[in-house]
Design a protein around this ligand. Structure first.
Ligand code: PEP
Ligand code: MG
Length: 902
């Protein structure tokens, strides 16, 4: 019977594993094996596989029978490699550490025990052989403390609980008259060990284990148990790490950075993890153990500043090892090391966690250094991280010492600081007085009516609504920082206050929101502008003076070389269109025409209030002119690229005033009674407007609206073509579920177009197509494609209607759903491939069956989400369309999809 190998030894030539075995050995174990294999100085040890963790949880926290013998054999291997014995009472005893190591690193989420192997006898030998009694007893008291906390579960259970070890330590320092732990002399440390053990006995009823092997097994059990602690579970959920991966356990010989002044310990990055700049950066401390460097009790020294002077030989060796590791892994390494009596030991290496800036710069530099290929650079940058390069950011310094007041959904990337305003009209008035005013619009939620106020705000904070709510998608498209669905903030419009974490902020008070993290802060947090946008859009910076831009540009040009999907933008104004082109848009995939009406809301309301077709037609006349102007602006800005324009979509109720005062003002303006206005508003109200009289249902009941919009589009095209600019309008019908609905609208559009072109004597190359945003449209796509020249998936509505979940209301329970792992992700942020994706697949197959060359795109928010973009690539769409600031993300994700497929 073949025996399962549960334990892998590492150390010199006898190393069993290697760097490719992360699923089995975890990241730390695989990398320790790899470092040992390539001849780097790694203290010997062994890794217990992740399979044991899975077994442990599947079998009532028991280990496989074969494990004990394999651990014993591997322990003998460590003893041989290090020339020391566990529990030795003659020579210097072997001490070991016990650490977790999952497939993906989960920094700080699980438990560690150091200095295993110390007991009342070995501590005396360690003291004698090291010639440093204080060192030996300090190791021992740290061990009892750590073992008590981690293995014997003597951690404080809540914030108000005291840690018995900390209390005893504090009392001892008081007695000794010292301020810091490191000033406690051996006699006090001896007393502490006795007191710590007494605390163990009184709290757990157990004697502290003296047998080193029993201690080792205690450590192993604690690490496996910590896989299921709360913070590890939460971290996995946040980072998409499956719970069934399990952790490995690494048992490794201890080396000491705290055995005197020729010893040190440190952590380093082979390049800067914040900026990606070349050169080792890191921290080290003389005469210290690993956790001292990160714990912040003593101020560490900067490796790049003083290590070369203070330890020239070690520095030379360390910088060589760091470069070997970077070349070997072809990526920035995050390493831990210890220097024991001037000898360097490497304790860990892993690919460094880094910002989007560091991702881009290091990947581009490494291609230029010949270390990696452009494909590898493209493949390894998390596409979402590119948004960091386009947004003003809260700098690390600015955030120092601040705690968020609340946390909502991070819906629009960016950092914004401004004064609180609750009413969009007031925000607009403030901005009109001072164009430099910094405003954060704070609302329960936003509606299209709030658009003007949103436009002038630096950021938008809402207490309800999810990632596809109006505030989120419109704010994101405008490039605003948006935090939405933040139900921890209580907004009182009447009192003009917002309350969070017990703090009451008034209108005009300063508040800061971070759309990257969803955090809301009190006061002004300083920001700095995006370098990339300064070069590409505002032209306030030259490319040659902008190193971040240069790397960004290089990465984008590589991405464009590989990707097969075209990218378009969702843009409603010439300004947005120009920004989109600067960021690589090859067309506009969605213009929401209703947003234009908000600039001419009075005329639009007159149209809605018209009683009959003649009055409506008259009211549409000024709107035709405004719309034509807007479309001309878009066509000019897009300079020959295709522009998809969607006909009016939202229910009319969204455009009429709801307050009696406003209704009266409108009635006066239109010369009708206020009762008539009120009655019309009442007539338009619907129980469920998202499933109500909206989309093409409007154009079917009021064909004159469709006619006006089609006429405006075609007249604009003719005018711009006469200026010598090419035009490719794509007129898009919203929300049909039946081919007959589309056919009706197509007829109205084509008749209007023909009239315009006949009159003008020139014809624009235009298309008529449709949104696919209802399940019925997907399953009858073959019939719709008999008439429609293109499909654009409106996945916001398709998710809403496919899942039966209101996009405006799901914020109240989505967090709970994710907490309970019912939904792995927010379906309005990342496409539900299993459900909505299948509907899309049906539509693509059926559409292509009728019209093999049908043009296919997506314009829902998912068009800028990396996983969804990759899905669209697989589905064979022609393009994805997203908010301008997400274009670089889409370009990179599309290239990644093409590379993954190759
Ligand atoms: C959609 O439904 O995906 C879409 C793009 O349209 P809107 O968000 O305007 O409803
Ligand atoms: Mg829609």
């Amino acid at each position: 019977m073949s025996k399962t190998k549960y334990v892998y030894f590492f150390g010199g030539e006898n190393t069993d594993g290697n760097g490719s075995m992360k699923p089995l050995l975890g990241g730390k174990g695989a990398n320790l094996a790899e470092m040992a294999k390539i001849g780097l100085p790694v203290p010997a040890g062994f890794t217990i596989t992740t399979e044991v963790c899975t077994y442990f949880y599947a079998n009532g926290q028991q280990y496989p029978l074969e494990l004990k013998a394999q651990v014993d054999a591997a322990m003998a291997g460590i003893e041989k490699a290090m020339g020391k014995k566990l529990g030795d009472t003659e020579g210097l005893p072997l001490l070991v550490s016990c650490r977790s190591g999952a497939r993906d690193s989960m920094p700080g989420m699980m438990d560690t025990v150091l200095n295993i192997g110390l007991n009342d006898k070995t501590v005396e030998v360690l003291a004698k052989k090291s010639g440093d009694e204080r060192f030996a007893w300090d190791c021992y008291r740290r061990f009892v403390q750590m073992y008590g906390r981690v293995v014997l579960d003597m951690k404080p259970k809540c914030k108000t609980d005291h840690c018995p070890f900390e209390d005893l330590l504090e009392a001892k320092k008081k007695k000794a008259g010292v301020d810091v732990d490191s000033d406690l002399q051996a006699e006090y440390l001896k007393e502490l060990v006795v007191e710590f053990k007494a605390a163990v006995k009184s709290q757990t009823g157990l004697d502290f284990p003296e047998d080193p092997m029993e201690q080792v097994w205690g450590g192993i059990g604690a690490v496996f148990s910590s896989w299921m602690n709360d913070r590890a579970i939460v971290y996995r959920r946040m980072n998409g790490i499956p719970h069934d991966w399990g952790t490995a356990v690494n048992v490794q010989a201890m080396v000491f950075g705290n055995m005197g002044e020729t010893c040190a310990t440190g952590v380093a990055f082979t390049r800067d993890g914040a900026t990606g700049a070349k050169g080792i950066v890191g921290d080290y401390l003389f005469n210290a153990q690993g956790e001292d460097v990160v714990a912040g009790i003593r101020m560490p020294k900067k490796i790049e500043v003083s290590m070369a002077q203070e330890m020239p030989d070690v520095w030379e060796e360390f910088s060589k090892v760091a470069m070997i590791l970077e070349k070997h892994y072809k990526d920035i390494q995050d390493v831990e090391f210890t220097i024991e009596n001037k000898k360097l030991w490497m304790l860990q290496t892993r690919n460094a966690k880094r910002t989007g800036f560091a991702h881009v710069r290091s990947a581009v530099d490494m291609v230029n250094e010949g270390l990696i290929t452009p494909e590898r650079a493209i493949a390894r940058i998390p596409a979402n991280d590119l948004t960091q390069l386009l947004q003003p950011v809260f700098s690390g310094e600015g955030l120092k010492g601040r705690t968020p007041l609340a946390k909502g959904i991070n819906a629009g990337p960016g950092a914004a600081t401004g004064q609180i305003y609750f009413q969009p009209e007031e925000a607009e008035a403030v901005w009109q007085k001072d164009n430099n005013a910094k405003i954060i619009l704070v609302r329960h939620e936003t509606t299209p009516e709030d658009l003007r106020g949103m436009k002038v705000s630096a950021g938008i904070l809402t207490s309800s609504g999810g990632a596809a709510s109006h505030a989120a998608l419109v704010g994101r498209q405008m490039g605003k920082a948006v935090v939405c669905g933040c139900d921890a903030v209580k907004i009182d419009y009447k009192a003009e206050t917002v309350t969070a974490a017990g703090k009451v902020l008034k209108k005009g008070d300063w508040i800061s929101i971070d759309g990257f993290t969803g955090c809301v802060y009190d006061g002004q947090v300083p920001t700095s502008p995006s370098e990339v946008l300064q070069v590409l859009f505002s032209k306030t910076l030259k490319a040659e003076d902008a190193p971040v831009y240069q790397c960004f540009h290089q990465l984008m040009s590589w991405s464009d070389r590989y990707r097969k999907l075209a990218v378009r933008a969702n843009a409603d104004t010439p300004g947005e269109a120009e920004q989109a082109v600067a960021l690589g848009a090859q067309g506009i995939g969605l213009t929401r025409t209703e947003h234009m009406f908000f600039d001419h809301i009075e005329d639009f309301r007159a149209m809605i209030l018209a009683d009959n077709v003649e009055d409506r037609q008259k009211a549409l006349e000024p709107l035709l002119k405004y719309q034509q102007d807007d479309f001309e602006g878009l066509f000019r800005a897009m300079n020959g690229r295709p522009v998809t324009i969607r006909l009016l979509d939202p229910p009319l109720h969204e455009f009429v005033p709801h307050e009696a005062k406003e209704q009266e003002a409108l009635a006066n303006k239109l010369g009708i009674s206020k009762e008539k206005v009120a009655q019309r508003v009442k007539d338009l109200a619907e129980f469920n407007p998202m499933l109500g009289h909206r989309g093409c249902r409007l154009g079917i009941v009021y064909p004159e609206i469709t006619r006006m919009q089609a006429t405006a589009i075609c007249q604009a095209a003719v005018k711009v073509m006469k200026e010598g600019i090419d035009c490719h309008p794509e007129i898009m019908v919203p929300l049909p579920g039946n081919a007959s609905e589309f056919k009706h609208q197509e007829t109205v559009i084509r008749e209007a177009a023909q009239k315009v072109f006949e009159k003008a004597g020139i014809t624009s190359d235009y298309m008529v197509g449709t949104m696919i945003e209802l399940p019925r449209a997907c399953v009858t796509a073959d019939k719709i494609a008999e008439h429609a020249e293109f499909f654009s998936f409106g996945t916001n509505d398709l998710t809403q209607t496919g899942l039966g979940i209101s996009r405006d209301d799901y914020g109240t329970y989505i967090n709970e759903y994710q907490e309970l792992d019912i939904f792995a992700a927010d379906p309005f942020q990342t496409l539900d491939q299993e459900g909505v994706g299948e509907l899309m697949k049906i539509a693509v197959e059926k559409g292509k069956k009728t019209r093999p060359n049908i043009k296919l795109g997506i314009c829902g928010e998912h068009g800028g989400d990396p996983a969804s973009v990759k899905f669209c690539h697989k589905l064979g769409l022609n393009y994805v369309s997203c908010s301008p600031l997400r274009l670089p993300v889409a370009r990179l994700a599309a290239a990644q999809a093409a590379i993954e497929e190759a």
